[in-house]
Structure formats: structure tokens, C-alpha cells
Design a protein around this ligand. Structure first.
Ligand code: ATP
Ligand code: MG
Ligand code: MG
Length: 552
């Protein structure tokens, strides 16, 4: 279990429970079902569900589905699955803001009756130009002084569908000269004659976020409404709305710094463009920062939770290095992933003198430091595959792997010595021929002679074929589309995927299934691809290399 670091939100909660402000806490994770969740959302999920778990409260999953145009059930399903996958459970507490449409409406009537809301018949452009700027106060709308009766009538007719989209809005009557622009009579309802994916055509007016969110929180009895820093300036509005209304409670809005990660993009718009423009292979492309992508890449929920714990929760925006996320998965998989031998770029090695038809097996530890993970038998034969990289015909200085006349250890098996090479008509080496030391069975020489190099191998006779996909960062630059970059797309990394066919895996991997993860010795962490791998046509993804190998 990851140690729970103190943070300012935990301190607020601890204090609120200690001084009796709350008996127990209620948080919520409120995604808008208009896209797939990404690693930034994971930070919010871990924070909200983590607080509920650690302080014995509860966390609601609330679909913030008040904007009908871009929302879809496909997104909802994926969001639920992602939250569960991350290891959290909302139990009975799943809610839809759209279920509160009637309540939002009734509360709007209360505001109108109190003279705190009015129907504005100005156009969107007029409203914008009257809003003013940071240095210049706004101007009051000519419709601001409409009577309560007139406002009630117009608002009812807005609901009844009598007006065109954009022709009327409902605004709060706060203060057009407020230094906080959010308080300059914000629009809280607009007409949108669009079907909603849950309420169909029941409504043609829809509430705005700042109005709907605080009321949703209050209806659900949320104690701590945690959101990202951009909403700090909206807090006075959050509090203003709740102060005017007979709501059951007044949650406390608390802002924290959103997660920003380098070498990727996280805006929903950009992620959608990447998918629609086929710059990636769908939302779950293993290079995407989406949770479906990260999962398909082979990340564990534990590693993501540990990552969120590591980066902490703060009050100022920062850019987190991608390598911290990668380290989190390495650290987790190093402990839990069984080892296996696989050859990605095979070079055939024939072991001369090895008895024909001999069926030897070597016992190999599944984990070097954890005997409880057991062992497996790895079959050997007179022809094995090694990595092309592990052979050099003219070895450079310091190269201790396979080279003519040099001894090298085949892990767990024998010490072999390269005697000759076979080349094709282009001079390319297609086969290496070795002798072997039968007395070195298991890998060490009885005479105690030192063998510097040890390489992995797979028996040609027993190997299973697989496609292996190697991934690198999706973008070449830390801040895609940032300074001196015309567009984030121009910073895509052309080498972010490499597909290797005809890789040779040790036979124990033939039965690997979804969510199995392995360390291929010397190569990194790998998992079967959830979408494309079949028992008769294995496809593996590299989740991460063994060490940080990124170079710009
Ligand atoms: P949009 O892209 O439409 O602005 P959003 O990023 O706010 O949407 P939501 O679905 O509204 O996405 O997000 C749900 C919750 O996740 C919100 O409470 C939001 O604060 C949080 N969240 C979103 N992005 C991040 C991030 N990068 N870091 C931390 N929390 C985030
Ligand atoms: Mg949002
Ligand atoms: Mg966003």
C-alpha cells in the first residue's frame, strides 16, 4: 500500500472532522460524458475516491451531463469502467446532473421571484460586449430591470420552446461592475433545441455549469467539492448561488492544481482530433494518455495510483515529467511481473555437436528476488534464436556478448563459443554457428573460468511467434504546440511506434492472457495487446523499457 502523504486537502478534511463541522465526508468525481478519461482525470479520481476511502466517507460518481450536444452513452460506459479499473467503487452512489433538471428549474424560479435573475433578450454578441474587461466595468443590460412577473412569463415560455436558440437567456442579477467577471450577471440558462442523450426532448433550455454544479453538489450533500484551479475565480459565484437558495447544504469548494504532463496533450479537443484525424489508432491507442490507452499499453491501476500519490496535491500548477509516470509502472512491474525470455529481432544460432533430438529443459526463476513466484521449465535445443544486437562480427571494445572466437553464456543453459558465421548473397549474417561446453550445463563452467557476457535466447524448435509493438512518446517535444511550434500535430513523434513481426517468444508465453504482464529479460515490460492478440496470433505491447531511455 502506498503511503498517504499529507496534503492541504487532507488537512482541511481532518480539521473539519475533528471540529465537528462534518460527521463524515462526501466527495464526488463529476466527469462530463463527452470524451474518454485521461491520466489527469485519474488524479481527480484518486483524490476524491481516496479521501472517501481514507476518511470513511463516500464518493459519488456524477455525470455532469447538462450540455447535450457533445455527450454520449459510449463515454459514460467507458468512464464507469475506468473508475472501477482504477480500483474505486461508487457503490450505490451514481448520479446524473440531468436528473436534477426540474430542480434547477425550480431554483431558477426562486431566484427570479427574489429579483435575482432576469431574462435577457440581448444577443450573445451584445452580452459579450456589455461584459467589460478586467480593467473596464461591464454595462447593465437594458433588460435587467424587467419585472418579476415578466421574467417568470418569459422563462416559462423559454422552457415551452417558444423562442429560437440564442434569442433569450436567463442571467443572474449580481453586479456588472464586479472586479470578478464571473459575477457580472452570468448567464445560467440558454435555449438549445437539442435532444439530450438521457432526457430526450423533454428540455430545450439547459443550465450552465456554474449554476448547475453547485446545486448538484448541494442536492447530493457533498461536503468537499474539489475542482481544479481554473475554478478559483468561480468560487464566489458558487457560494453566491447557494447563499440565495434554500438548498439542503452548502458544500465547500476547494481548488487544486491540475495534472499537466509533458510530451503529451490532454485537452479533450486535441485527443478527439488525434482520433478523428487517424493520427492514432483510436482512443485506446497505447500511446494515448487516456486511461483506456494507458491500460492497453500495460500500465497497472496500482502504478497509476502510486503515480498520483507521488505527484501529490498542491495549489500551484506544475508540469510533471513523463518519466515519473513511466517510473511508476516500472517500479510496480519490477516487483510483480514474472520474467520470461523473448527475442525481438532474431538471429539463428546453431549449436554444433549438441545431440540431435535431445529435449533438455532448464529451470528458470520467474523472479530473481521472489522465490514465491516459482520457476518454470524453459526448453532448449540445438538451434536457438538470440537478438541480432547480441552478436557483433567485429566486436567493439567492451562488447562482451557473442562474437567470433569468444565465449558467452546462454542464460540458464550453456556456455557457447562462436565458431563461424553463415552469410547470404548480400553478405548479411543469417546464421551463427557455435560450439558448446557440455560441462557448463546451467550456465557456469566447472573450472571456474569467468564468462563476462550473458544473453537471453529462445529455442527455435519451441519458440512461439509473435508480433511485438514498441512504443515511444507520442510527441517529440515537452510542450506540443507550445512556443515556436505552429501546431501540436507538427510535434508528433514519427517514431512513436515500431512494429516487429516474427519475434520469438519462450513457449510459456503462448498462454498469456489479457492483463498478464511480463518482464522480457533485458528488454522491458510487456503485455498481450487487449484488442489484437489472439492465441494463434500473439501480439505484445511494450509497456516500458527497463530504464528511462528517452532521448530528444
Ligand atoms: P473539458 O475538457 O470539457 O474542460 P474537463 O477536463 O473539465 O472537461 P471533466 O469531464 O469535466 O473534464 O472532468 C471531470 C473532473 O476531472 C473535473 O472535476 C476536473 O476537475 C477533473 N480533471 C480534469 N482534468 C484534470 C487534470 N488534468 N488534472 C486533474 N483533474 C482533472
Ligand atoms: Mg469540466
Ligand atoms: Mg479539460
Amino acid at each position: 500500500l502506498v503511503e498517504k502523504a499529507a496534503n492541504f486537502i487532507r488537512n482541511i478534511v481532518t480539521e473539519d472532522l475533528k471540529n465537528g463541522k462534518h460527521k463524515s465526508i462526501v466527495t464526488r468525481f463529476p466527469p462530463e460524458p463527452n470524451g474518454y478519461l485521461h491520466i489527469g482525470h485519474a488524479k481527480s479520481i484518486c483524490l476524491n475516491f481516496g479521501l472517501a476511502r481514507d476518511f470513511g466517507g463516500r464518493c459519488h460518481l456524477r455525470f455532469d451531463d447538462t450540455n447535450p450536444a457533445k455527450e454520449d452513452i459510449e463515454y459514460e460506459d467507458s468512464i464507469k469502467e475506468n473508475v472501477k479499473w482504477l480500483g474505486f467503487d461508487w457503490g450505490e452512489h451514481m448520479y446524473y446532473a440531468s436528473n436534477y433538471f426540474e430542480k434547477f428549474y425550480q431554483y431558477a424560479l426562486v431566484l427570479i421571484e427574489k429579483g435575482l435573475a432576469y431574462v435577457d433578450s440581448s444577443s450573445a454578441d451584445e452580452i459579450r460586449s456589455m461584459r467589460g474587461t478586467l480593467n473596464e466595468p461591464g454595462k447593465e443590460s437594458p433588460y435587467r430591470s424587467r419585472s418579476v412577473a415578466e421574467n417568470l412569463d418569459l422563462f416559462a415560455r423559454m422552457r415551452a420552446g417558444e423562442f429560437e436558440d440564442g434569442s433569450q437567456v436567463l442571467r443572474l442579477k449580481i453586479d456588472m461592475t464586479s472586479p470578478n467577471i464571473n459575477l457580472r450577471d452570468p448567464v445560467i440558462y440558454r435555449i438549445k433545441k437539442v435532444d439530450h442523450h438521457r432526457t430526450g426532448d423533454a428540455w430545450c433550455i439547459y443550465p450552465m455549469y456554474d449554476y448547475a454544479h453547485c446545486i448538484s453538489d448541494a442536492i447530493e450533500g457533498i461536503t468537499h467539492s474539489i475542482c481544479t484551479l481554473e475554478f478559483e475565480d468561480h468560487r464566489p459565484l458558487y457560494d453566491w448561488v447557494l447563499d440565495q437558495l434554500p438548498v439542503p447544504c452548502h458544500p465547500q469548494q476547494i481548488e487544486f492544481a491540475r495534472l499537466n504532463l509533458n510530451y503529451t496533450v490532454m485537452s479533450k479537443r486535441k485527443l478527439l482530433e488525434l482520433v478523428q484525424e487517424k493520427l492514432v489508432d483510436g482512443w485506446d491507442d497505447p500511446r494515448m494518455p487516456t486511461l483506456v490507452g494507458i491500460r492497453r499499453r500495460g500500465f497497472t491501476p496500482e502504478s497509476i495510483r502510486a503515480f498520483c500519490e507521488t505527484i501529490g496535491v498542491g495549489k500551484s500548477d506544475s508540469l510533471i515529467d513523463m518519466s515519473i509516470l513511466e517510473d511508476a509502472v516500472r517500479e510496480d512491474l519490477n516487483v510483480r511481473a514474472p520474467r520470461a525470455m523473448s527475442v525481438l529481432r532474431p538471429l539463428k544460432v546453431v549449436i554444433e555437436g549438441y545431440p540431435e533430438g535431445e529435449n533438455e529443459e532448464f529451470e528458470a526463476a520467474n523472479h530473481p528476488n521472489n522465490p514465491e513466484m516459482g520457476t518454470r521449465m524453459v526448453p532448449f535445443s540445438g538451434t536457438v534464436y538470440i537478438e541480432r544486437d547480441d552478436f557483433q562480427e567485429e566486436p567493439v571494445k567492451g562488447f562482451f556478448r557473442m562474437a567470433p572466437g569468444k565465449e558467452v553464456r546462454l542464460r540458464y543453459a550453456y556456455i557457447v563459443k562462436c565458431e563461424s558465421v553463415v552469410k547470404d548473397e548480400n553478405g548479411e549474417i543469417i546464421e551463427v554457428r557455435c560450439s558448446y561446453d557440455p560441462a557448463s550445463r546451467g550456465g557456469s563452467a566447472p573450472d571456474g573460468r569467468k564468462i563476462k557476457g550473458t544473453i537471453h535466447w529462445v529455442s527455435a524448435h519451441h519458440a512461439v511467434d509473435a508480433e511485438v509493438r514498441l512504443y515511444d512518446r507520442l510527441f517529440r517535444t515537452p510542450n506540443p504546440g507550445g512556443k515556436n511550434e505552429p501546431d501540436y500535430r507538427t510535434s508528433l513523434n514519427p517514431k512513436s511506434i515500431e512494429v516487429l513481426k516474427g519475434c520469438k517468444l519462450e513457449p510459456s508465453l503462448a498462454t498469456a492472457t489479457i492483463e498478464d504482464r511480463f518482464q522480457f529479460e533485458r528488454l522491458g515490460y510487456f503485455c498481450p495487446d487487449m484488442k489484437d492478440s489472439r492465441p494463434e496470433a500473439l501480439v505484445f505491447n511494450r509497456t516500458a523499457t527497463l530504464r528511462d531511455s528517452w532521448s530528444e
